[in-house]
Write a protein of this length. Structure first.
Length: 75
């Protein structure tokens, strides 16, 4: 059967081989770009979450500083 379809001659340089290789490489690169974009979006979300927690923690600390002086005087 390979002789009938010329599969034994399917190697680099053959138009069919090169066409399949281009498609495979393009699919691989597209998937790689999607993965990279997902990683970057995940990192951005992680950093934004850290910023929001920092702001929340700073607000809590500011409240405690403002309130602790008054509590310390009463105690």
């Amino acid at each position: 059967m390979p002789e009938k379809y010329g599969i034994q001659r399917l190697k680099p340089g053959h138009p069919v081989y090169d066409s399949i290789a281009r498609e495979a490489i393009a699919a691989y690169r597209a998937e790689e770009e999607e993965d990279e974009q997902a990683v970057l979006e995940s990192i951005d979300a992680f950093i934004e979450d850290m910023r929001q927690r920092r702001f929340a923690n700073e607000a809590i600390l500011a409240e405690r500083r403002d309130g602790s002086g008054e509590e310390g005087e009463e105690a």
